[in-house]
Design a protein around this ligand. Sequence first.
Ligand SMILES: [Mg+2]
Length: 106
Amino acid sequence: MELKDLLKFIEIENKRLRTYYHNTDEDKIILAQTVKLTEELGELCSEVLAHKSLQRKQKLENHDKENIQEEFADVIITALLLAKTMNVDIEKALENKVKKINKRYT
Ligand SMILES: [Mg+2]
């Protein structure tokens, strides 16, 4: 999947989610999406720990090694949805950040 396809999906998903947020002010939507991002990041952290067998035995018994891919995707999608709500041009932001990182090595 290319970035443009992912951003097209974010556009569509954002419109679908807006139906849940009917009549909610923008600041509350941003807050809800920020909390959701934290939730998804926590799920990813939990999967990383399980992947490295650093969870308690009971959690490891129920662990599915495929979950980590889904949790990485959840974090990325949730962050992109929040960026969309906050009118951040994520394509430009990524370009600028990659340039900035690359500059560190020149
Ligand atoms: Mg998740």
